[in-house]
Design a protein around this ligand. Structure first.
Ligand code: ATP
Length: 600
């Protein structure tokens, strides 16, 4: 019964594990774990259902045995008995609720964990395909699925046997009213089924609009500074208002229908009471049943109808959970990144080779690179230049193994990057992306998370090298300063220096930095060039930049032409042609700091 009503994606039997889709079975596996708890709750529901009939039996006895015979002693015994049973019922109900709560927590724990793990193990290209709001919504979907086992829906399902027991008792003590009860039960069941379909049909549209609204709200929250600086309050408010109105109209219409349905069911229950009492009164007049049965039948009929009414009002929850489960199943069934290769390789020298590499974002899009052959390193400061949109960041991501070539191979030493997982590659090839996100919390904790096991001295050395140490030392709490979400409380340049320190801490064979001198002041850029030049003596350093000073310090320059090809040469030949100056800037600037402290 439970399995018939819950979302199909949850109750399906888990199939054999698939290496490419390790999280595809997360929903049924979670349900399988939670099922013993649900079964325990279902078992506990049988006595609860029986106890649920006792108040009506009590009323029947009071009318037929106590009042007519003035039997006070019987009344005392009945009251004592009913209180005992109510105490047991309370205990059983608390136990059932706890089992349901635990079942919900099991499902939530399993599915949220799988969702986060599948998020972490997705290739960058797949991650980029969904906006942040869509990912946030998926985490909310887990709560919707959990709600099917913890909410009123499951209690209504478990109380269904009570409906049957109530019907049996009505058949025994008040059979003339039974046809009225059965007709109403059928009517309520039909309404429950009909509303379910209505709800489901309307929810699709409402959900699509709610998603739109979520996306816009999340974008506004992220762009709050831009909105303020550009004074875009009015157009952005208009954009949000339009989406909000769309959603509200749909939700209002849908909720209106549901509320009408709910009100109708309340009125129907009253109509039913009137009809049941009328039928009962006629039967009492004809001496077909007693007054006690008439009083009891009203209570019994409510017990028979309430689980069905509970199902009807909770259909909306079930419809939402079904859609949520469908979305989760789709996302969790998507293939993830390659698993660890298990190869235990010596630390690479840092020579990168692109062999006949082509890369396209989409099937019908113009290729960003076509048949590219390049060799970079080992060691040296390699600078990638080119106009905006030429493909510099794309090349950097290909070299880091973040993007996989559509055709050809990117090799580190003699190994194809495509055969390694991101986890295996990260210690060899570390990347500083164009946009830096700094996690909230004490600075030292975020730094240490990059390279667990590093001593404080190693962390300080990396920060000295990136130029972060100076400003950290000036903060009142130094390395223990609490930073806000996304690095709030730090300047953009400071965040970049911290991100650089993280990169240095990992001590990889290859460092790929996308526009690292953006946001840095003149002296900090000079210090960065000195640090990178020093690191480049032992490691391969690849930098995407528009900075003439950084370009001038390069060992080799790679010009991404924007036609799918890359040309290369030393600064002396490339700088005058690409930057319109007579020669590269002098290598050593007077204010460059010492290069001590370069991690080995
Ligand atoms: N995720 C993406 N999906 C589709 N196309 C993309 C994506 N990212 C970049 N592109 C396109 O690929 C091309 C190369 O982009 P890339 O970011 O590599 O340029 P870039 O040289 O780094 O530019 P900039 O100097 O402005 O940072 C551009 O035409 C861009 O529009």
């Amino acid at each position: 019964m439970i399995k018939l009503l819950l979302p199909r994606q949850l109750v399906n039997r888990p199939s054999a594990p698939d290496e490419q889709r390790p999280f595809a079975q997360a929903l049924p596996q979670a349900f399988e774990r939670a099922y013993p708890l649900l079964r325990r709750a279902a078992m506990g529901s049988l006595p609860i259902s029986l106890f649920g009939l006792l108040p009506s039996i009590f009323v029947l006895q009071v009318y037929d045995r106590v009042i007519s015979r003035s039997a006070t002693a019987t009344l005392v015994a009945l009251v004592a008995g009913i209180f005992c049973f109510l105490g047991v019922e309370y205990f059983l109900r608390a136990r059932r609720s706890r089992a349901l709560r635990n079942a919900g927590a099991t499902i939530d724990h399993q599915v949220s964990g799988a969702l986060l793990a599948s998020l972490m193990r997705r290739p960058l290209r797949v991650l980029e395909a969904r906006p942040t709001s869509a990912w946030l919504m998926l985490f909310r979907d887990v709560s919707a699925v959990r709600g099917t086992v913890t909410g009123g829906l499951m209690s209504a399902i478990f109380d269904l046997p009570m409906a049957l027991f109530a019907l049996i008792v009505i058949g025994i003590v008040a059979w003339p009213v039974l046809p009225v009860v059965l007709v109403f039960l059928g009517l309520m069941a039909f309404l429950a089924w009909w509303w379910a379909d209505e709800v489901r049909a309307g929810r699709v549209e409402e959900t699509a609009r709610a998603r739109d609204l979520d996306r816009i709200a999340s974008e506004i929250c992220r762009a709050r500074e831009t909105i303020k600086t550009l004074g875009q309050d009015a157009p952005v408010t208009e954009l949000w208002r339009r989406s909000y109105d769309d959603w509200l109209t749909e939700s209002f219409r849908k909720n209106g229908e549901l509320e009408n349905a709910r009100e109708a069911s309340t009125v129907l229950l009253t109509v039913f009471s009137v009809l049941a009492v009328t039928a009962g009164a006629l039967a009492v007049t004809d001496q077909l049943m007693t007054v006690g049965s008439l009083m009891a039948v009203n209570m019994l009929a409510i017990k028979a109808l309430s689980p069905v009414a509970g199902l009807a009002t909770n259909w909306r929850l079930l419809a939402r959970a079904s859609e949520a489960a469908q979305r989760l199943e789709t996302v969790l069934s998507e293939p993830v990144e390659r698993a660890d290769s298990g190869l235990n390789l010596p630390k690479p020298t840092g020579r990168l080779l692109l062999a006949d590499v082509s890369f396209t974002f989409h099937e019908n899009a113009r290729p960003v690179f076509e048949g590219l052959n390049l060799q970079i390193g080992p060691t040296g400061l390699h600078v990638i230049v080119g106009r905006n949109g030429a493909g510099k960041s794309t090349l950097a991501k290909l070299l880091s193994g973040l993007y996989t070539p559509t055709k050809g191979q990117v090799r580190l030493d003699e190994y194809d990057l495509a055969q390694f997982s991101r986890g295996e590659l990260a210690p060899w090839v570390s990347t500083l992306s164009q946009e830096v996100y700094w996690f909230s919390g004490p600075l030292i904790d975020t730094l240490r998370r990059t390279a667990p096991g590093q001593t404080d001295e190693q962390i300080f050395a990396a920060c000295r090298l990136s130029g972060a140490h100076e400003f950290i030392a000036r903060l009142p709490d130094g390395y223990h300063t609490e930073v806000g979400e996304g690095g709030a409380g730090l300047s953009v340049g400071e965040r970049r220096k911290l991100a650089l320190a993280q990169l240095f801490l990992r001590q990889p064979a290859v460092l790929v930095l996308d526009e690292p001198s953006n946001d840095l002041d003149f002296a900090s850029e000079a210090a960065l060039i000195a640090a990178l030049s020093a690191v480049a003596r032992q490691r391969t350093v690849i930098v995407v930049t528009h900075s003439l000073r950084l370009v001038s310090a390069a060992t080799q320059i790679y010009h991404v032409r924007g036609d799918g090809q890359v040309e290369q040469g030393p600064p002396a030949a490339m700088v005058p042609r690409l930057f319109g100056v007579q020669r590269p800037l002098p290598a050593a600037l007077p204010d460059m700091p010492s290069q001590a402290g370069v991690p080995a």
